[in-house]
Design a binder for this molecule. Structure first.
Ligand SMILES: Nc1ncnc2c1ncn2[C@@H]1O[C@H](COP(=O)(O)OP(=O)(O)OP(=O)(O)O)[C@@H](O)[C@H]1O
Length: 252
């Protein structure tokens, strides 16, 4: 089963105006079910634009986007994905638990089920003891875990993440990477992940997609086959070789 199928997609912003921007040109991309795919490329190459197209937050100028075999708009209505961005984007006046419950509230899930689902998600990200706290009482890494819990609360088959760990220190970031992989393995979630970090992309991904400067095109699609996805993997020759391959593709 294919989680995401992007075919011949181009995106022009402000078409026909002096500030016209060709953000993406003729992009083809397939994400298989359960696969973890990272998008990497120079600033402004259209990574976020591609993610927003998949999420149906914007429409392509040309081409098609299907999610779980459905047009992107239908997939959005059917709650086929959850989204987590660089800023955790939590509501300060809601407790952690009620932040996680929010997408369920919007979908009119009954209160008891909402509560149970929020507890399940908080346990998954290791924050069971913090449901009653407010976001301001948590560290940046913990807030990001709440955002992931919230994205997963509707049990989406697909997770869309735009530099979710960009603002975190290296140690926290590596810990969350490992946790994210465990969560994805446990839930079978497919993931499209935007990052600027080559090592992050390699550690997390089954496939690293390299994009060129504007208009963004896919210039390389590199399969990553690490023997494991634990701390030892970060020290492995396979890991360093893959990092070099991605770096070369970015420079090409
Ligand atoms: N709503 C918009 N209106 C006009 N131009 C836009 C809009 N959104 C994005 N762009 C332009 O499209 C191009 C691609 O932007 P995008 O944010 O997708 O790049 P990116 O690869 O995610 O960048 P970064 O790595 O810096 O986050 C940029 O030139 C940006 O200015």
């Amino acid at each position: 089963m294919t989680a995401v199928e992007i075919t011949g997609v181009s995106k022009v912003f402000n078409a026909g105006r002096p500030d016209e921007v060709a953000a993406l040109s003729d992009v083809d991309l397939t994400v298989d079910s359960g696969q973890f795919v990272s998008l990497i490329g120079p600033s402004g190459c259209g990574k976020s634009t591609l993610l927003r197209l998949v999420a149906d937050l914007i429409a392509p100028t040309a081409g098609t986007v299907t999610v779980a075999g459905k047009p992107a708009a239908k997939a959005r209505r059917d709650q086929e994905y959850g989204i987590a961005f660089q800023q955790a984007g939590l509501f300060e006046w809601r407790t952690v638990r009620r932040n996680v419950e929010l997408p369920l509230e919007l979908r009119k899930v009954p209160r008891a089920e909402r509560r149970a689902r929020a507890e399940e998600m908080l346990a998954l990200v290791g924050l069971s003891d913090f449901g009653g706290h407010y976001p301001a009482q948590l560290s940046g890494g913990m807030q990001q875990r709440v955002a992931i819990a919230r994205a997963l609360a509707v049990h989406p088959p697909l997770l869309l993440m735009d530099e979710p760990f960009g603002a975190l220190d290296e140690m926290t970031r590596e810990r969350l990477q490992t946790e994210l992989l465990q969560i994805c393995a446990k839930t079978g979630t497919s993931t499209v992940f935007v990052t600027h970090s080559i090592s992050e992309a390699v550690f997390l991904s089954d496939k690293v997609v390299v994009m060129s400067a504007r208009p963004g095109r896919i210039t390389a699609s590199i399969d990553i086959d690490l023997p494991s996805r634990d701390e030892a993997a970060r020290q492995s020759t396979t890991f360093f070789d893959a990092v070099t391959t991605v770096r070369k593709a970015l420079r090409a």
